[in-house]
Design a protein around this ligand. Structure first.
Ligand SMILES: [Zn+2]
Length: 129
């Protein structure tokens, strides 16, 4: 298991998470949209407790190659309301919108009603421990 930490201040930004190796656990494309349309909500891209390392094709804009996590596994992070955009949640379209507890930008959360729910961590802003 690993914990991701802020590169600038060493604050933990995630719970301990396990590398996801079974990609059939990912919620993709149509199944996510069906969940959203059924009002099932919370179409999490990555299951809780896991991280997906460096996906080539990220469901979060401009985050290809960034590790992906479940929003529930984030610890003491906050959304930056200056770059917040979305209707029921952040759509992540404005770039990095997630700060560590000391206000350093560490990634992009996407969790609107029409998107997957996931967090991409900026590889230049975090490290694994
Ligand atoms: Zn920090």
């Amino acid at each position: 298991m690993v914990v991701y930490r802020c590169w600038e201040c060493d604050a933990a930004v995630t719970r301990p998470v396990t590398k996801l190796t079974d990609e059939t656990l990912l919620q993709e494309g149509e199944s996510v949209m069906q969940l959203a349309e059924m009002g099932a909500g919370e179409p999490d891209y990555v299951p809780e407790g896991y991280y997906l390392e460096s996906p080539d094709d990220s469901p979060i804009p401009r985050a290809d190659g960034w590790p992906l996590l479940n929003p529930e596994d984030m610890v003491e992070t906050t959304l930056d309301m200056e770059v917040y955009c979305g209707c029921c949640g952040p759509d992540g379209g404005q770039g990095p919108n997630t700060d560590c507890r000391n206000g350093h930008k560490i990634g992009i959360e996407r969790g609107d009603c029409w998107t997957v729910h996931s967090v991409a961590l900026d590889p230049k802003a975090i490290y694994q421990e």
